[in-house]
Design a protein around this ligand. Structure first.
Ligand code: HEM
Length: 497
């Protein structure tokens, strides 16, 4: 019996070795070193099933290489772990491109190498997204709408006498969804005012993997498929009523580009799923994580509170007007803190496709058609880059970096929370404005404490499209008005020079 099993094993092993030899794409000597799996041919797939996105971290630690290659049946992946190589890759964004990752519709067919410049539906849509979300009047306008909603929501909380008990992430999801979508789709006609649209988007998020397969969605993911229908119907009514004409500059500018390329109305409506999705899926958990980190560390909360209190001069006042950009400018720790929270929680895998054989770092040949991944988690936990405290939360880290006071000078390319280069996140300024607005108002007005008595870092589960993960089990919290500031009438504004 044992002899039989051993010979079966030997035959399987030999077949896998043969498959690896004959089916794997050839590897050239000057390509990034290849990491061989423990089991030939299918070993990396087994590793991915076993460890999820952590598999790359295991390989990165095992190899200690700045870039390496792994082979999967039929494809080749380069994994980049060195910030210097990221800079080299970003400089070659035409030949190592994000584009093919998001191309799925004929209308999006484009000159990927952009030999004629950034022309075409996708590059032009991205261009207007970057323009309307860059610092300036448009960003200021949508930030104001967002702030009004956030402030209103948090004001309503104050009218209650008892403490609010809520799941921190769920509670944040509700008001951040409302505030962000009001800012983008317009505060009067936002489709997300309907609860079923809100539920639809977050169901799609939960069911993303099954829906993404696009095989019998009604059977494999009935809830997700229904959510998608509800979302598309709501968008269809929104466009039919012409509400996009009074929406944010972002929605209007996208509509102009889409019309220029003759995009059918239905596709415009459908493409809003990616707009809403990108707008919300990372901003919601980021806002909640920032609250978690500040409220779970009494000394940090006390420092932040004292400084903000003194900046807005609450003592003896009954009416306080707070211009948030003034607070943010006067207290740079806040931005550093947010950057640090994103650094710790980011799990993004920036994907690229090599469109032409390309040499990077003067020595690594990247072959056409290979996939390239830059993994934020591995990059952010690299002690060679960030020093021995790479895995700990240090809200002052980026302050020290900026002032040159950190013994570890970290290159900008090592910070991956927003991606980088041509595919850097266009929503980064808006998201930062929103997260900081929530933090400042909460610290001024509310105490947050865990129902179970102590804060405990919750576990998360990796998600195929989301970088900042939501805990598997929410943290139940009490939210109570601060006694010191409870009689104050607050006005929050967003005025920049
Ligand atoms: C804390 C909040 C957010 C985080 C952490 C985040 C992170 C990211 C990351 C890591 C990427 C991929 C970059 C790459 O692959 O190199 C990305 C892309 C993108 N993000 Fe965000 N994002 C956030 C908020 C937003 C918001 C508010 C919007 C929209 C208003 C937005 C719209 C987009 C879009 C459209 C892309 C695709 C860019 C492209 O195709 O080149 N994001 N984001």
């Amino acid at each position: 019996m044992i002899a039989y099993l051993l010979s079966a094993l030997a035959i399987t092993w030999a077949s896998l070795v043969a498959l690896d030899r004959f089916l794997s794409i050839p590897h050239q000597l000057n390509e990034p070193p290849r990491i061989l799996p423990k089991v030939p041919f299918i070993g990396h797939i087994i590793g991915m099933i076993q460890h999820g996105s952590n598999y790359y971290e295991i390989l990165t630690k095992r190899s200690g290489l700045p870039i390496y290659t792994i082979y999967l049946p039929g494809s080749k992946i380069y994994v980049v772990t060195s910030p210097n190589l990221v800079t080299a890759i970003d400089r070659r964004s035409k030949t190592i491109s994000f584009g093919p990752y998001v191309l799925s519709v004929d209308l999006l067919a484009e000159d990927l190498l952009e030999d004629d410049g950034p022309v075409g539906l996708r590059p032009e849509t991205l261009k207007v997204m970057h323009e309307s979300l860059a610092p300036g009047d448009d960003l200021q306008a949508i930030t104001r709408v967002m702030l009004r909603r956030v402030a209103e929501h948090l004001e309503a909380l104050h009218c209650r006498e008892d403490a609010v008990v809520a799941g921190l992430f769920d509670w944040t999801r509700k008001f951040v969804t409302r505030a962000s979508t009001d800012a983008i789709y317009g505060p009067s006609n936002n489709p997300f005012h309907k609860e079923d649209v809100y539920n639809a988007l977050w169901t799609i998020d939960r069911e993303f993997v099954l829906l993404g397969l696009n095989i019998l969605p009604n059977i494999l993911s009935p809830k997700g498929a229904r959510g998608r229908r509800v979302f598309f119907e709501a968008m269809s009514k929104y466009y039919a009523a012409g509400h996009h004409k009074t929406a944010s500059p972002l929605v209007q500018a996208r509509h102009q580009v889409e019309s220029k390329y003759g995009m059918p109305q239905k596709d415009m409506e459908h493409f809003n799923l990616s707009v809403s999705y990108g707008l919300l899926v990372n901003t919601v958990p980021s806002s909640a994580w920032v609250l978690y980190h500040v409220y779970s560390q009494p000394s940090l909360l006390s420092d932040v509170r004292q400084t903000i209190d003194s900046l807005v001069r609450i003592e003896g006042s009954t009416d306080v007007r707070v211009n948030l950009p003034d607070v943010i400018k006067a207290y740079p720790l806040l931005e550093s803190l947010v950057q640090e929270v994103l650094r710790l929680h980011s799990t993004n895998a920036s994907g690229r496709v090599v469109l032409r054989d390309t040499l990077i770092g003067d020595k690594y040949l990247l072959r056409k058609d290979a996939i390239l991944l830059i993994l934020s988690k591995g990059m952010h936990s690299n002690t060679e880059v960030w020093g021995p405290t790479a895995s700990t939360f240090d809200p002052t880290r980026f302050l020290k970096q900026r002032a040159g006071r950190d013994p570890h000078r970290v290159p900008a390319s090592a910070y991956r929370a927003w991606g980088s280069g041509a595919s850097v996140c266009p929503g980064r300024y808006f998201a930062t404005n929103e997260i900081l607005s929530i933090l400042i108002i909460m610290v001024l007005r509310y105490n947050v404490s865990p129902v179970r008595g102590e804060w405990k870092m919750p576990a998360t589960k990796s998600h195929i499209t989301t970088s900042i993960l939501t805990p598997v089990t929410d943290i139940d919290v009490h939210i109570r008005p601060r006694k010191e500031t409870s009689g104050i009438q607050w006005t929050f504004t967003w005025e920049t020079e």
